[in-house]
Unconditional design. Structure first.
Lengths: 340, 454
């Protein structure tokens, strides 16, 4: 009896600190990585501005949220940001299309080398970075409202009588649900609609796609629209879950790239899997397992140290280590994406 | 306009701009900008070798800069003997275990054929090695960091003059580049960029967190200086006389009052120190420029450009593309490492927290692109312009905002907002300049010179 309770305690502990956070963080990465991988598949370059684009989407959402709140629109349960998001998505789409028209289109028509696109995206990154800071400043902003927890740690303890509490934030559930919906819609679009099929065809073989009458500009436009929507959703979910800080979105770029590459670049399903792989490994390698192990082993075997593989500050480094490993062992990624 | 005239013109304009800052703001500001321009120019020449000569998209410039900075600490700081005696043995043991693990890993990789046996033996080797290393490493870290944590808490350095670190920093960066190149060269350009960006981020997180190495985010301050200190200078007889003479000739021959003299001495000391730095940096810049130009115009340079322009053709001619890429990647990183050590020397402190990719990687990229990839003088002028704009954008934006604010009502919330956001204008400006140059002048201000022998 004692043993099974310890086991339950250990399970709850790991769910609370590893499983649930990884799932929600993984969903955020996955949505971001799908955008990167789509842009890579269609436009054939790594978009360094994607992180800042997420930041912009989140900034726009915050402004709409404030506006709605000032008009008295809010919900007792859902965060206001959820209603503000569609408007922010529209704004981000407009911005991205304008950027494509003024920056990337020229190189596309000139058939420039991919690396020129990357340099241009660095320029866009600078501009978006400055734009976000000019609009909203550099401070940390918490724009979450509505109900914070679905299950509180104390409540859970009382309910089950276990030592360990399980807290379930509303934003975490929201993240996973929204991610599932977004991914489902995306795959439905890619598999079932004419435009989606055209996109896949274009990604697989540009020349053949052009030959069968698919218009480059249209495919590119749709790609940017999807990428911008996903970037906004990912940015808002990350901002809701943690808090909004402009600097964070640049740092997110690396795990997102890692997710896209681990899954196989140009493969949306791979990017999603990659997102979860990166998130789980980041959190597992930096989680201190001491308490978890103490529950499972007899009392005199309890570990002395923290049982932590790497200190928490190396969280972002982990995503890159995975990238290196994939690079060395299977450069195409899990889902046989493009060989780079 | 020929390239030569254009170069002359751009450098003259740049000099004029610095003069304007000197007379308009102050000579201390102008010299500070000039010094940073010189360091940035060395960095952008290093990146120019990688990107301009060979077409490598290195997004890990920051890693070379940071390791150069680290070297400056490790060379110049006096050794902390107590830390060595407390934690030196266990740290060495951890290091030996690291080497053993690597050797065993390589042995397993070579001797056992690909298959499940290799995978399992590899896992066992790595895990055992990790456990042993971790035991001694943790012991060493705790012991070293406990030695006067407020003052040192790290191993210290060699206690040599800091100027040696400029050379050592180059070698350290070269070593790191060799390692990075092993992992990431041979990938397609954007993948290489992501890989190098990632490695540079890892590098910074190591520097931030390994306190035993260089105190991490607690920073190492009070580094050795290759030039005199301002406070010492202000007491020197010859310096006061120099200032006196300078000011007397500038005015009508009558000697100036002692109060004014004291102020003049204080200001001049700052400028004098900065001029000393400028001399040192300029020397490095000219040496690097000399070798870079020689290399670019040599058969080696032609080979590099050939590889850049057509890898397939170059390898068909028997050139080993990957090893040439590695070579130029290492050389370029070494140059950046020298600049990194110079930067830490100028700052007089090592602050890992200040290394951010936008400033230390992508800004250098802007310099190379707008200056003219493949042209060394271009890289230099690009660095000068970019750094100048980067620094002066803020005062100019604030000045503009203050004029706009005159039109606004006192209570208008936009007023304070504009005041706050003005500094971020430079980010937008940099991005705009980069995008515009890339679009309308892709070869930069000073385009790469077409070889004469065509």
């Amino acid at each position: 009896m004692e043993n099974s309770i310890d086991l339950l305690n250990a399970l709850v502990l790991i769910s609370n600190y590893v499983l649930i956070p990884s799932l929600s963080y993984g969903s955020q990465l996955a949505i971001g990585a799908v955008g990167v991988t789509l842009v890579f598949g269609i436009l054939r370059f790594a978009n360094f501005a994607h992180g800042e684009l997420m930041g912009f989407g989140c900034t726009a959402t915050i402004f709409f949220t404030w506006w709605f709140q000032s008009m008295g629109i809010s919900h007792s349960f859902f965060p206001t940001a959820l209603f503000a998001m569609p408007f922010a998505v529209l704004l981000t789409i407009l911005l991205v299309l304008a950027i494509d028209r003024s920056v990337f289109r020229f190189y596309r028509l000139n058939k420039s080398r991919p690396v020129i696109f990357v340099v241009a995206s660095v320029g866009v990154m600078f501009m978006l970075n400055g734009l976000v800071r000019m609009l909203i400043g550099t401070d940390e902003i918490i724009f979450r409202d509505g109900q914070k927890f679905l299950i509180k740690a104390g409540q859970f303890k009382k309910m089950t009588g276990l030592n360990e509490g399980l807290a379930l934030k509303q934003t975490q559930v929201l993240t996973v649900v929204l991610a599932v919906v977004a991914v489902f819609l995306l795959f439905w679009f890619l598999q079932r609609t004419r435009t989606g099929k055209a996109m896949r065809a274009y990604s697989d073989n540009e020349d053949l796609a052009l030959l069968s009458g698919i218009s480059t500009e249209r495919v590119v436009m749709v790609t940017w629209i999807i990428a911008a929507s996903l970037a906004t959703i990912a940015g808002v979910l990350y901002g809701l879950d943690k808090s909004f800080k402009p600097i964070v979105y640049f740092h997110l770029l690396l795990p997102i790239f890692a997710s896209a590459i681990v899954g196989g670049i140009g493969q949306p399903i791979g990017a999603i899997l990659g997102g979860y792989i990166v998130a789980f490994s980041e959190i597992i390698t930096t989680y201190a397992f001491k308490k978890f192990i103490t529950y499972l082993v007899p009392a005199n075997f309890a570990p002395e140290g923290l049982g932590q593989l790497l200190s928490t500050e190396y969280k972002f480094a982990v995503s890159f280590l995975i990238l290196v490993l994939v690079l060395l062992v299977r450069p195409t990624g899990i889902f046989r994406g493009r060989v780079l | 306009m020929t390239n030569k005239n254009r170069a002359f013109l751009s450098f003259s304009i740049m000099g004029l701009m610095l003069m304007i800052v000197g007379f308009g703001q102050s000579w201390n500001v102008a010299m500070a900008i000039f010094n940073m321009c010189l360091i940035s120019a060395v960095m952008s020449m290093g990146l120019n070798m990688q990107w301009g000569y060979a077409g490598l998209f290195n997004a890990g410039v920051m890693a070379s800069t940071a390791i150069g900075g680290l070297t400056a600490v490790l060379v110049s700081y006096s050794p902390v003997m107590k830390a060595w005696s407390e934690g030196g043995t266990s740290l060495s043991l951890a290091f030996i275990f690291l080497l053993i693990t690597i050797a065993m890993g390589l042995l397993v990789w070579k001797k056992i054929k690909n298959g499940p046996i290799r995978t399992w033996s590899m896992t066992v080797v790595v895990l055992t090695g990790y456990v042993f290393m971790r035991i001694y490493y943790d012991e060493a870290r705790v012991a070293i960091e406990a030695v006067e944590p407020a003052k040192t808490g790290f191993l210290g350095g060699l206690g040599l003059p800091i100027i040696f670190s400029w050379i050592a920093g180059g070698f350290a960066a070269a070593g790191l580049a060799w390692l990075v190149g092993r992992i990431s060269l041979g990938l397609r350009s954007d993948y290489f960029a992501i890989a190098t960006l990632g490695i540079s981020e890892i590098m910074i997180s190591i520097l931030k967190n390994e306190d035993w190495l260089a105190r991490g985010v607690k920073n190492v301050t009070g580094l050795d200086r290759p030039v005199p200190y301002e406070v010492d200078l202000q007491k020197q007889e010859w310096f006061i006389n120099l200032v006196k003479r300078f000011y007397n000739t500038a005015e009508d021959g009558s000697s100036i009052s002692s109060d004014m003299l004291r102020e003049a001495v204080m200001l001049s000391a700052g400028v004098y120190v900065k001029i000393c730095y400028s001399g040192l940096f300029l020397a490095v810049l000219l040496i690097v420029l000399f070798f870079a130009t020689r290399a670019l115009n040599s058969p080696w340079g032609r080979m590099m450009r050939a590889i850049r322009d057509n890898e397939t053709a170059a390898s068909a001619m028997g050139k080993d593309v990957t090893s040439r890429h590695r070579q130029v990647f290492i050389i370029g990183s070494a140059v950046i490492g020298i600049a990194g050590a110079m930067l830490t020397t100028l700052d007089g402190q090592f602050t890992p927290g200040s290394y951010i990719p936008l400033r230390f990687t992508f800004l250098i990229w802007v310099m190379v692109i707008i200056g003219g990839s493949g042209n060394n003088l271009g890289a230099i002028i690009g660095a000068f312009i970019t750094w100048f704009v980067w620094i002066e954008a803020e005062p100019v934006a604030l000045w503009l905002v203050s004029h706009v604010n005159l039109l606004l009502d006192e209570t208008n919330p936009l007023r304070s907002h504009l005041q706050e956001v003005a500094p971020h204008m430079r980010m937008v400006l940099m991005g705009l300049i980069l995008v515009l140059v890339l679009r309308f002048r892709p070869k930069g201000i000073l385009p790469e010179k077409a070889p004469d022998h065509y």
